[in-house]
Design a binder for this molecule. Structure first.
Ligand code: SIN
Length: 302
């Protein structure tokens, strides 16, 4: 049971019912902060986790301020929603497989892909269902994360664009993104382990049936964009197709589709990786930022 104020006035405080999750929508477009809920408890309580899952599908991003969650509970909470997967480049906590370390410090800069709107790991054939991110250490100011509602981004596209992209597919590549900074042997080994994946440009949400604009910084090109220009130039992505892809990728940057979270240590955010994109704002060097993320395995996009 929860008291969700989003259907009434978002500004109105929800009634407090003992034991009930309080739902405070963050914007008109996306996100809700859940209060009066313990994720440590949800890591052991399947009914509570199911309630959180339903709210996640509805609000797309859920914010939990000041949770006291151990690493084991973080993993156990995320496991309530599916298997976890490690990241081939970022690396995981050795004692807690599935808990990816996103540690940024001035002496070990690993910031190449921080400033890009993306859904996590769409270079996988089965991109994650969702992620649970916990703040271990954050800078005194800065280091926020932003999320965008990609259902709304699709809905607001001009009708002629919707017609143009219906049925289009795009290639998503870890090689062209994380791999691009590697020496050639490492890059090719990464590609051999994770070949490019192909996904529909407009994905259907498996739970809601909503259409989602599903291209992001991992998308390199359309695989079936066919126009007279393509016949003339062959598979030249610089003609037409690439401008359209860039236009679509840029939609996540529209502020009206977004929510922004200012982290404090102990905060946890969970997002539906199918219907959102996110952007970690790299405005805090020379300060440190330490986040730990559990990525929950998803399903094929068609
Ligand atoms: C991510 O890209 O999954 C991490 C976002 C963040 O560090 O805020």
């Amino acid at each position: 049971m929860n008291t969700d104020s989003s259907s009434a006035s978002a500004a109105q405080a929800p009634a407090v019912t003992a034991g009930a999750i309080q739902v405070h929508p963050s914007t008109c477009a996306i996100g809700a902060e859940l209060r009066n809920v313990s994720l440590a408890q949800a890591s052991r309580d399947a009914a509570l986790a199911a309630e959180i899952r339903a709210l996640l599908v509805k609000h797309k991003v859920l914010f939990f301020r000041g949770q006291e969650l151990t690493r084991a509970e973080h993993v156990a909470f995320a496991r309530q929603f599916g298997e976890l997967e490690d990241h081939p480049v970022a690396g995981s906590d050795p004692e807690h497989p599935g808990l990816v370390r996103i540690y940024k410090s001035p002496d070990a800069p690993n910031d190449r892909y921080e400033n890009g709107w993306h859904s996590d790991a769409t270079w996988r054939e089965k991109p994650p269902f969702g992620c649970v991110l916990r703040c271990v250490e954050c800078p005194p100011v800065g280091g926020d994360t932003m999320w965008a509602n990609m259902v709304l981004a699709y809905e607001k596209l001009p009708q002629q664009i919707k017609e143009k992209i219906a049925g289009l597919r795009a290639r998503h590549s870890i090689e062209a993104t994380f791999g691009a900074a590697m020496p050639i042997e490492k890059r090719l080994a990464l590609k051999a382990q994770f070949p490019d994946a192909e996904h529909p440009v407009v994905r259907t949400h498996p739970d809601t049936g909503e259409k989602i604009l599903f291209v992001n910084a991992f998308a390199t090109h359309f695989t079936n964009f066919h126009t007279p220009d393509n016949v003339r130039y062959g598979q030249d992505y610089t003609q037409g197709g690439s401008a359209l892809l860039q236009y679509l990728i840029n939609q996540a940057a529209i502020p009206e589709y977004q929510v922004r979270w200012r982290w404090q240590p102990g905060d946890v955010v969970m997002w539906d990786n199918r219907s959102t994109q996110h952007y970690a704002v790299m405005d805090y060097p020379p300060c440190h930022r330490k986040m730990e993320r559990a990525g929950i395995r998803g399903e094929a996009t068609w």
